[in-house]
Unconditional design. Sequence first.
Length: 346
Amino acid sequence: MRRREAMAALAAAGAGCLYPGLGSARTQQYGSGVQIIQPRTETIPRTAQARKNYEYRMGRAVLDLIDAWYGQGDLPIWGRPAAEIDMEKRVVNIAYWVMQFIPEHEDVYPVDPVWIMAQMMEESFYYEFAVSWAFAVGICQFMSATAQSVGMICPENSKVPEAELKRPESASAQKRLEKLQKQRRELINSDPALFRNARTKLKEVLKVLASGGGDLDPELDLSRLEQLEVLDERISEARSEYRAFLRANYEGRSIFNSRDVRFLYRFDQRVTYKKPIQGMIRIMAENLRARHGNLLAATAAYNAGLSRTYTDRAGYETYGRMPPFQETVGYLSRIVVSHHEIAKRM
């Protein structure tokens, strides 16, 4: 194959990865592929019947993907075989709420429903009681502060009486954790060279020793290092205690049981569907508007924070950038692939 033909073939293959419908006889009006700079165009059908049909196809596509990838093994996040979990009930409900809330935020910025389904798959694999290391909770993995900012009740602002809670004595571990984390930040900021760049600190000390003078205080440095060890241990204990508190109050409950839902709506709405999905779509619409439709920057902002996607490089300011974090890069990579796999099944 000549060089020009080879290049054309590669270009077509690359376009096919981003636009699964491209080059085939059957193309789709909605959800056919990823546009990295997403325009302000409708992402879901307008008529009720067409929208319902799209919702059904999207749900089936997600379920087909889960079966293809994990039908014979344990599901991510869940750590259990797919056969033990009613994923159909979950996916059908989630797809319904995604399609309900996207029109509400189209005036902010249109959001791709297939992308949201892929993003939730990466966040939690649709496990309503998923709890991250940093205490992000639910299918959309909301941190408490962010959840409260979009109107959700979390354990920190819940009015559930202690008598209805399990392990209520551990609820205060969250405030203790925040206090300890603040102390840790202050300690590190007191001597950045010691904690953040030990090599620089060592070089500084060696220079002083080589010159035979200077004002070294090794006892102070040692004391600070020991303080950090103590703080890390106490932070770990507080984290474990608060996790046990959350687990105890989620354990044995179902979001498909009306009695449990009444409790969860008063205790932690992040583990339900309606408000978290509404919140996620709202944040993604706002991120897309802030980054002028740059879908990757908007999604990276959901993971790492909008400010971390800012760039002052001329010509790129409006679109932002990908933050150089390994976690965020992996997060985006998997969402792109999941979106492609869902879309091609529709």
